[in-house]
Design a protein around this ligand. Structure first.
Ligand code: GRF
Length: 209
């Protein structure tokens, strides 16, 4: 049974998709050891509590500087001893010490088809605003391993979503969540937990296809 820790900052709809998939048996061999948020008021923490999952609030604001937060964050993660760390809408930069220690055991969901609309400044609604501004006809979501870059780690899975005439950023965000994020992330966790993916020469390969 793999221990997973999910890091969140906001509404937690991706966390909810993970919880629902676990309870439906669509994710196996995983237990959610804890949910960590930098935002003590995040609805995501309420979702964790509603399902009896340990919820931890840990914010850079509670520390004198970023290095003090990073040290505390890594120490807390080590205490939880996860086999997998899932970033589900987590808006805090992962400390280099964490990516080093948990290399290729940290995955992130990003609401675009990387390498489009990603990197510094591309998060949440902003991603969809930029996609609409550019006039793309197809967008989507990406699950990838996390390295020291921003949205640059090996890509695990992607799913395309059509942009429709008249879409607002909010409407497009919801469609990308429903049609891509909430499907990709639980499946990537199940694939990882059941040994179906590995990284070879910086690329993800599926070992049972
Ligand atoms: C999602 O759009 C996700 O792709 C991005 O942040 C958002 C988090 O939403 N990383 P939620 O907290 O899972 O509802």
């Amino acid at each position: 049974m793999l221990r997973a820790v999910v890091c969140v900052s906001g509404g937690g709809t991706n966390l909810q998709a993970i919880i629902d998939a676990l309870e439906a048996g669509q994710i196996t061999n995983v237990e959610l050891a804890a949910v960590i948020s930098n935002n003590k008021n995040a609805k995501a923490l309420e979702r964790a509590r509603n399902h009896g999952i340990m919820d931890i609030a840990l914010s850079p604001k509670d520390f004198e500087d970023r290095s003090a937060f990073n040290e505390a964050f890594v120490a807390k993660m080590d205490e939880l001893a996860p086999d997998l760390i899932v970033l589900a809408g987590f808006l805090v930069t992962i400390p280099p010490a964490m990516t080093e220690k948990y290399g290729n055991r940290i995955i992130n969901i990003h609401p675009s088809l990387i390498p489009s609309f990603c990197g510094v400044g591309y998060y949440g609604l902003k991603v969809h605003e930029k996609a609409l501004e550019r006039g793309v006809k197809v967008t989507g979501a990406t699950v990838h391993f996390v390295n020291d870059g921003m949205d640059e780690g090996p890509i695990i899975a992607q799913k395309a979503v059509m942009v429709e005439d008249g879409d607002t950023a909010e409407v497009l965000q919801r469609r990308v969540m429903e049609q891509a994020e909430w499907i990709l992330l639980p499946k990537a966790i199940d694939d990882f937990a059941n040994g179906r993916i590995k990284v070879v020469d910086g690329k993800v390969i599926y070992t049972d296809k």
